[in-house]
Design a protein around this ligand. Structure first.
Ligand SMILES: NC(=O)c1ccc[n+]([C@@H]2O[C@H](COP(=O)([O-])OP(=O)(O)OC[C@H]3O[C@@H](n4cnc5c(N)ncnc54)[C@H](O)[C@@H]3O)[C@@H](O)[C@H]2O)c1
Length: 254
């Protein structure tokens, strides 16, 4: 399977460093970034090609892995799907925009293409999807990150946001994709709290879901990527796992 990567930053660097050596059936063929040097660096680590022509990349791959930004989803996702190519979207916060999401789903259906979004930096989307159609009385996310990753310079813990996921993704587009992933999985605009905590060196996400099925909570304490503290290493591995699953005949835990 030939993959084109849109966005050659923290996630893409981990994907390339792991897939290059481990999974020969996944062929990382094309790299595209606003900063062509970043694309060239990843191309040089594989047998791939860096390009500044997005159409050329779409035409020569089976699937695009978006690991760039919410804006890039707006600009490029429809072009990918119109050509009947599948896309993996990491910047899932962009899909909280109902018009954009529904439009992309329609284009995908019309062109026999698929949109995938991995679980990213969190755990438990399998369970959340399983109970999505039941009556849920609580669905909350508490995210705790370093002030640096949230663009703050503070010495004491501070609650930066309390409200709905749809607002959180607008205010913190590069930090709270997880709120969108949970909301889209449970078909609700969940409650979100974002805390900047100078005493932690992890990106911590706590999810709590309660309803007629019972209740569950998950807590993940992610190490951030070296070159982007907003992004958790787990999210890159989640993309790698999704790429592996696309090719496998047996999948578990979906
Ligand atoms: N789903 C999740 O749980 C999850 C977790 C972490 C990060 N993310 C999201 O994944 C995306 C990538 O994360 P990252 O840490 O690798 O980011 P990064 O900032 O390290 O790298 C992004 C790269 O994309 C490029 N880029 C940005 N916008 C572009 C555009 N419009 N066209 C071309 N290139 C563009 C940048 O130049 C940069 O090289 C971000 O949107 C981030 O918010 C999602």
């Amino acid at each position: 399977m030939k993959i084109g990567i849109l966005g050659c930053g923290a996630i893409a660097n981990i994907v390339v460093s792991k897939i290059m050596t481990n999974y020969d059936d996944i062929n990382l063929s094309y790299f595209f970034d606003n900063d062509i040097k970043r694309a060239e660096k990843l191309a040089s680590m594989t047998d791939g090609k860096a390009t500044s022509n997005f159409d050329e990349m779409i035409d020569n791959v089976d699937l695009i892995l978006e690991a760039a930004s919410a804006k890039s989803v707006e600009i490029y996702a429809s072009q990918v799907l119109k050509k009947g190519k599948d896309i993996i979207i990491m910047s899932i916060g962009s899909l909280m925009d109902n018009n954009l999401r529904e439009n992309l789903i329609k284009i995908a259906k019309d062109n026999n293409a698929k949109i995938h979004a991995p679980s990213g930096a969190i755990l438990g989307l399998d369970g959340i999807k399983a109970v999505a159609d039941l009556n849920l009385t609580e669905a909350t996310l508490i995210t705790r990150k370093s002030p640096e990753s949230l663009g703050r310079d503070i010495k004491k813990e501070e609650v930066l946001f309390e409200g709905k996921a749809s607002e959180a993704v607008k205010k913190f587009p590069a930090n709270i994709n997880v709120a969108a992933a949970i909301s889209l999985s449970c078909k609700r605009n969940i409650d979100v709290k974002i805390i900047a905590d100078p005493l932690i060196d992890r990106n911590i996400h706590e999810i709590y879901i309660k309803g007629e099925f019972g209740e569950f909570s998950t807590k993940v304490m992610n190490l951030p990527c070296d070159n982007n503290p907003k992004t958790s290493i787990l999210s890159a591995y989640s993309a790698i796992n999704l790429l592996k699953n696309l090719n496998s005949t047996f999948s578990i835990g979906n």
